[in-house]
Design a binder for this molecule. Structure first.
Ligand code: PLP
Length: 370
């Protein structure tokens, strides 16, 4: 069996696969309405919010658009905090809708700090919203979200958070951390196939919604709220994926959310320590290294593609390269969702063997004692 270690999509637990065998049911009937109302209640609990959570058939990127067209208006000034490719795309989504997007760019591999955000907000003047990426999947960095939302709120800005590769894996307290809008995708720590956008919406976001003048239809959060009040969705719901999400939430509830967070903390630590012991250089600032995805540089003279090809061919392990200008420069290991210690240890053993082989071929040892 393939050891599937992409930072999304992620492996499906057997219970999730089994859940997707369920038959169709009438999506306006009482069984669905009870099921969906309960599913949203459980999703709210896991988002740690008294606010709303709604689900659309979409990938995570649609969440940027949902936030923009519901909470903002053309020409609104926003500040996008960018420390990698996904933060960059979030900023570009704002530009596509005619927002006045100001950027705080930090070098990829580093985190956005509260101090840097505060300074940028002083420089760019009042903004309607701050675009934040909780976990930058392209670099393996987790930003200090609680600090960042506090700074944004202190400056009177809405907090719109991309939690695509953190929700369900890393501590995220929507209400306590003053997150107004949070988006994630089913194919990451939610342990489901790609195809669901999950969005949490808080009280201040609804106030912003009342002011927003963007045209919208499919993504209208007001329509989602009106339907959800009756246990329904405005359009035909993706039943099979909702069954999958139901099973995945069950697994998280069974393990306990905080234990899930602990498991990810342990896996992040295990992965980083193992890579260091092999002598591989970690990419992210160690103070902000992600517990859902780890990026490392290939040994000198070897490209990311070569490492990935060898892992696939010789060890049945799927890893992923970097994005944008980091495409050849880093290899990423996903350890979120249905991820457990033995599978990560297998990756480390394989990488150690690969690095030793490369070293032997080159007549030197690339490994360091650890
Ligand atoms: C942090 C982050 N944001 C947004 C996205 C985009 O999500 P999707 O590919 O599901 O549209 C991803 C995908 O990997 C991501 O990791």
């Amino acid at each position: 069996m393939v050891n599937f270690r992409l930072p999304g999509p992620t492996p499906l637990p057997p219970a999730v696969v089994e859940a997707m065998r369920r038959e169709m049911i009438p999506h306006r009937g009482p069984v669905f309405r009870a099921f969906y109302a309960e599913l949203l209640r459980r999703a709210r609990a896991i988002h740690r919010t008294e606010g709303d959570v709604f689900i659309w058939p979409a990938s995570g990127s649609a969440g940027w658009e949902v936030a923009i067209v519901n909470l903002l208006s053309p020409g609104d000034r926003v500040l996008a905090a960018v420390c990698g490719d996904f933060g960059d795309r979030f900023a570009k989504a704002g530009l596509a809708f005619g927002l006045d997007v100001r950027r705080l760019d930090v070098p990829w591999g580093e985190a956005v700090t509260g101090a840097a955000l505060g300074q940028a907000l002083e420089t760019h003047g009042p903004v309607q919203a701050v675009f934040l990426t909780h976990n930058e999947t392209s670099t393996g960095v987790t930003n200090p979200l609680k600090d960042l939302t506090q700074v944004a709120v202190d400056h009177g800005a809405l907090t719109i958070v991309d939690a695509v590769s953190s929700a369900g894996a890393l501590p995220l307290e929507m209400d306590a951390w003053q997150v107004d809008f949070v988006l994630s995708g089913s194919q990451k720590a939610w342990m489901c196939p790609p195809g669901l956008l999950i969005a949490g919406i808080g009280g201040r976001a609804w106030e912003a919604y009342a002011r927003s003048t963007f045209p919208r239809f499919f993504w209208d959060i007001g329509a989602a709220r009106a339907s959800a009040a009756n246990g329904m969705t405005p359009a035909t719901p993706p039943l099979t994926l909702l069954y999958a999400f139901d099973a995945a939430l069950g697994l998280i509830e069974e393990e306990g959310l905080e234990h899930v967070w602990d498991r990810h903390r342990m896996l992040g630590h295990l992965t980083r320590t193992g890579l260091r012991n092999i002598g591989l250089e970690l990419f992210a600032d160690p103070a902000y290294a992600s517990d859902t995805v780890t990026a490392f540089r290939p040994p000198a003279g070897i490209t990311a593609a070569q490492v990935i090809d060898a892992m696939r061919r010789d060890y049945g392990i799927e890893l992923q390269n970097g994005q944008a200008h980091l495409a050849d420069a880093i290899v990423r290991i996903g350890h979120m969702g249905w991820a457990h210690e033995p599978a990560l240890r297998d990756v480390l053993v394989a990488l150690a063997a690969y690095v030793a082989r490369q070293g032997a071929a080159a007549g030197v040892s690339l490994t360091t004692a650890g």
